[in-house]
Design a protein around this ligand. Structure first.
Ligand SMILES: NC(=O)c1ccc[n+]([C@@H]2O[C@H](COP(=O)([O-])OP(=O)(O)OC[C@H]3O[C@@H](n4cnc5c(N)ncnc54)[C@H](O)[C@@H]3O)[C@@H](O)[C@H]2O)c1
Length: 379
């Protein structure tokens, strides 16, 4: 019999369901040393929690996340609540010596994120952050290509994460617009593209940024005539300099009409380039400057079993993985790390560095000047 690990899930919205699915898929797709046991689910009230626990297959439910953290049957605490709750839940879990899987962005501020990273390190508690797009087999292949020097020296990263779920001015107020949760698009989507830039090219040292709010007020509730002022950004742009000398641009936008999942990047090196767009997450375009003139160009590489973890789902190339499979890869890596086999990336420390980059973008935009990432949130 495989050893089991008791999972406690806090939150049952978009990401709560995704964590539950990911654990279920990972347990079947991968040969893992640990089997997840869906022990306890917490949500904001007992009835919501009970409904979700039944739907997702959790044994028990509670309307109080504190009960979940303290429960002896819970060894891994999975946090899928609005951002402002990540810190109190994670800190309580860390104090109880439990491993934590937390959604991005790690916290509303760099100081909170750094405090969480330090607390976890001091307690020796393993931590995992849901930057799932880094688990795409083609993104990991892109990193292998960059690390092996196949592109030559990396000189440029051009990254964007644009969607349009806030484009309609009638989209009502929600936790995503509450400044207590951190920034707007720069935290919600910008965190993903910053994590991607750091994964592929390395740390960002300094930047100059501009933030803009496109919809100045929104209905307080669906269909309501009452409006509430929007104090967070709808779009963010930054020019960045990486520690290794590469330069680039980053963009985050949640009001980019027509865009649904435009997390896209281009990594340019002295001998080659990679282009990837998560709207077509099973295709990567690779240019290598070898071969005769007149025979060069971008080659389109379809995802297949030659790319890491793809074969866990399908034995043949070009059969298309999706969002839930890459989340399942994240869950599989977490279960392997918990069994002691493999280090996990990204952890709270890495997510805190992403958060400092967000804070530097906000500082630069506020003061209308270049900002260094080490100006903020070192704690
Ligand atoms: N990794 C990704 O691709 C990705 C995608 C979307 C969201 N997220 C992140 O996941 C988190 C949740 O986002 P979402 O889209 O699932 O939000 P959501 O609004 O769909 O779900 C939030 C859940 O938290 C619950 N909740 C609220 N207050 C609570 C409390 N006090 N105690 C317990 N539960 C409580 C809500 O009832 C709901 O079930 C955010 O941090 C967000 O940034 C990550």
């Amino acid at each position: 019999m495989k050893r089991e690990i008791g999972v406690g899930l806090v939150g049952s919205g978009f990401m709560g369901r995704s964590h539950a699915l990911a654990l279920a898929i990972a347990a079947v797709a991968f040969d893992l040393p640990l089997r997840p046991r869906l022990e306890l689910l917490a949500d904001r009230d007992p009835a919501t929690a009970r409904r979700a626990a039944e739907a997702f297959g959790f044994r028990r439910s509670t309307g109080d996340w504190r009960e979940l953290v303290a429960d002896p049957g819970v060894e891994l605490v999975s946090i899928t609540t609005p951002n402002v709750l990540h810190e109190p839940i994670a800190m309580a879990a860390i104090a109880a010596g439990k491993a934590v899987w937390c959604e991005k962005p790690l916290a509303p501020t760099a100081a909170s994120a750094m405090a969480m990273a330090k607390a976890a390190e001091a307690a020796g508690v393993p931590t995992f952050v849901g930057f799932n797009y880094l688990k795409n087999p083609l993104v990991r292949t892109a990193r292998e290509i960059v690390a092996a020097g196949e592109l030559g020296e990396v000189t440029r990263f051009r990254g964007i994460h644009a969607e349009d779920y806030m484009a309609d001015p009638e989209v009502p107020w929600s936790w995503r617009l509450d400044p207590a949760n951190g920034g707007g698009a720069v935290a919600d989507l910008g965190s993903h593209i910053i994590a991607m830039a750091r994964f592929l090219v390395g740390p960002i040292e300094e930047l100059v940024a501009d933030l803009r709010t496109l919809v100045p007020e929104r209905p307080v509730a669906p269909g309501s005539g009452e409006r509430r002022k929007v104090e967070v950004d709808d779009e963010a742009r930054a020019l960045v300099r990486f520690a290794n000398g590469a330069t680039g641009t980053l963009e985050a936008n949640w009001a980019a009409t027509g865009r649904k999942m435009h997390l896209a990047f281009e990594v340019t090196g002295t001998r080659g380039a990679i282009v990837l767009n998560m709207e077509r997450m099973n295709e990567m375009r690779l240019f290598l400057r070898d071969g005769r003139a007149g025979r060069q160009g971008f080659v389109e590489i379809p995802a297949g079993p030659a790319h890491p973890d793809y074969a866990a789902f399908v034995p043949a190339p070009q059969h298309q993985l999706g969002f839930n499979e890459i989340k399942a890869i994240e869950a599989a890596h977490i279960l392997r790390a918990l069994a002691g086999g493999e280090p996990f990336y990204p952890d709270f420390r890495e997510a805190a560095e992403v958060q400092r980059t967000i804070a530097a973008i906000q500082l630069s935009a506020r003061e209308r000047r270049w900002a260094r990432v080490d100006e903020v949130g070192a704690g």
